[in-house]
Design a protein around this ligand. Structure first.
Ligand SMILES: Cc1cc2nc3c(=O)[nH]c(=O)nc-3n(C[C@H](O)[C@H](O)[C@H](O)COP(=O)(O)O)c2cc1C
Length: 106
């Protein structure tokens, strides 16, 4: 009985590993994508670093230009304050002033 369970487990593990590697290849994780003559700009704003990490991964894969959008006045680290400000900006359709981060090259 134990042998059958172990064998079944091994077969499932093998199929899972194969499926995982097929998925990784299909979505090209970490591999450079040939963008041809297309220009890629990755412009991002990141409050706590998650979007920045994703933007950097996209840059590695696409070899595009990366541009960080930085507000002149940093958002508060206090959750309630930043939520209140975000709601106000949304309701009044406000756009925060941004740091001049220079131009991205063509
Ligand atoms: C003030 C604040 C409000 C958020 N509100 C939401 C939300 O309504 N829905 C959601 O899915 N995530 C919400 N999140 C989570 C962020 O969207 C999530 O952590 C995201 O990865 C942050 O990206 P960043 O690290 O680039 O700033 C909120 C995060 C913060 C700090």
């Amino acid at each position: 009985m134990h042998k059958i369970l172990i064998l079944t487990g091994l077969i499932i593990a093998l199929f899972s590993a194969a499926a995982y590697s097929i998925v990784l290849n299909k979505i090209n994780i970490g591999k450079e994508i040939d963008m041809g003559d297309k220009k890629v700009l990755i412009a991002y704003y990141s409050y706590s670093g998650n979007t920045e990490n994703v933007a950097k991964k996209i840059q590695v894969v696409t070899k595009g230009n990366i541009f960080e959008i930085v507000p002149k006045k940093a958002y508060s680290k206090n959750y309630d304050e930043v939520v209140a400000l975000a709601q106000e900006e949304k309701q009044k359709n406000l756009r925060p002033e941004l740091v001049d981060n220079g131009n991205v090259k063509d």
